[in-house]
Design a protein around this ligand. Structure first.
Ligand code: HEC
Ligand code: HEC
Length: 261
């Protein structure tokens, strides 16, 4: 309890410090812009602090770009392409931050909805098929965010993963951070449609059928690492996480799945 308080105090202090730095940067940027541009082309830097120092925002992007940054975290793009698209996660996953407007919106829509590189080499990660999972509007937001160079957006960060509260807790956070929840539903309950697949739905990760088929940790680890191509896009398939998720991540996910009904 007391160490929780201490870490809250520390977090508060860190946020306060970040807020101060942002205010200084904001003032400096505004002054700099004011010095070189006329009033009509000034950039507004909004610094907002609310709650117990919980949110600090320095926002100078459009709403659609900001929404794209949140989608980018929700759908785990950051887990493969890096936070802000800087890459560095795997040699097989390209960075996105230098793409700018190299791809048209239509090309980006095609890549997100239909995947890329899927069959080229089954031992390497490929770009998953998100058709029917990421909505058309969210794809537009993602395209705007990528074409804007993936700027930092307040609050658009992957969920924190506690590593000192047991493997199952770690796994439950990874289940959200790695985007499993988008396809397999909250608590692994399933029910997400996959109309073109034989089952018409993405399988649940709970219940008797799942437990009977995936009755050892090794079987679950195998499908997480290798993914599964149930067919060609627009059929949604299980992404390939080998080379992306560590053995510790996979073990934590399995520990979490074991807590489900
Ligand atoms: C499981 C890992 C993984 C996830 C999650 C993922 N990607 Fe990818 N992505 C890849 C890989 C691997 C490639 C390269 C495919 C190829 O060229 O064969 C790629 C390619 C791309 C490209 C083309 C880049 C280029 O320079 O050719 C774009 C754009 C892209 N991804 C956007 C996204 C977005 C947006 C999301 C989230 C909705 C996302 N990716 C999620 C692995 C991933
Ligand atoms: C883009 C959607 C998508 C995402 C994201 C996704 N999965 Fe899957 N997953 C699927 C589909 C579709 C299948 C069924 C594949 C098949 O039938 O061959 C599947 C199958 C599985 C299976 C085998 C269950 C079965 O009955 O076939 C496991 C275990 C699994 N996924 C775990 C995960 C975990 C853990 C994550 C996050 C790290 C994850 N999945 C992320 C779509 C997804």
């Amino acid at each position: 309890m007391s160490s929780d308080r201490a870490s809250e105090d520390l977090t508060g202090f860190v946020f306060a410090s970040i807020a101060l730095v942002l205010v200084i940067v904001g003032v400096a940027v505004t002054a700099w812009l004011g010095g070189r541009a006329n009033a009509s082309s000034r950039t507004a830097t909004v610094v907002r602090t609310s709650g117990a120092g919980a949110t600090t925002s320095a926002s100078s992007v459009s709403d659609v770009v900001a929404a794209g940054a949140h989608d980018y975290n929700q759908f785990a793009c950051a887990q493969c392409h890096g936070i802000g698209g800087v890459g560095g996660v795997s040699a097989d996953v390209p960075a996105l931050d230098k793409l700018g407007t190299a791809f048209t919106v239509a090309q980006l829509r095609q890549i997100v909805e239909h995947g890329l590189g899927e069959s080229a080499n089954p031992t390497k990660p490929y770009m998953p098929v998100w058709h029917g999972i990421v909505s058309p509007r969210q794809v537009s937001e993602l395209a705007a965010y990528i074409r804007a160079g993936l700027p930092p957006v307040s609050g658009a960060t992957p969920v924190a993963v506690p590593t000192d509260q047991g493997l199952a807790v770690e796994g439950s956070a990874l289940y959200v951070r790695d985007g499993c929840i988008n396809c397999h539903g909250p608590n692994g309950l399933g029910g997400v449609p996959n109309p073109q697949s034989p089952d018409k739905t993405i399988p649940p990760l709970s219940g008797a059928d799942f437990r009977n088929e995936f009755n050892t940790p090794a079987k679950i680890a195998d499908v997480i690492r290798s993914g599964s191509v149930v067919g060609r896009a627009p059929i949604v398939s299980m992404p390939h996480w080998g080379g992306i998720l560590t053995t510790a991540d996979v073990n934590a996910l399995i520990a979490y799945l074991a807590t489900l009904q």
